[in-house]
Design a protein around this ligand. Sequence first.
Ligand code: SF4
Length: 145
Amino acid sequence: MKKIGIIICGRYHHCAGGKCLRALRNREGAFALYRGEDVDLVGYTTCGGCPGGNVEYAPAEMKKNGAEIIHLATGLVVGYPPCPRLQTFCEFIPEKFGLEVVIGTHPIPENYYRTHRALGTWQSSRWQKHIQHVLVDETIRLAYD
Ligand code: SF4
């Protein structure tokens, strides 16, 4: 049983989590990492809005609930612009809380994929690594539009 927490971008703070929860149920996007495993979602919150102050506290609460892995939601990589603090969060959370970080939750939707591809957002090897778990084939991208 894997216990996970999800932190979403504060720009989408009204989001009800539909895509993330669907992807978790279907083991799609970053949740494909857990195919064949049970997963318990033990926390879900926002970063608190720029500059992401809630990241300083939320993982501790999730850890108390048993979280081992924090997923930084796909909104952090598909938003315009993508979160400028992504790398900071990826370094801070393991260092401060001893928790693993996975970038992404649900698959990248097709409309975001097309725009970022045109913009060249994810061309660098660093970004390719960042989106590795959520860049899926077109059929699934379209299903998450
Ligand atoms: S861009 Fe980053 S810091 Fe700003 S609200 Fe989104 S996740 Fe938080």
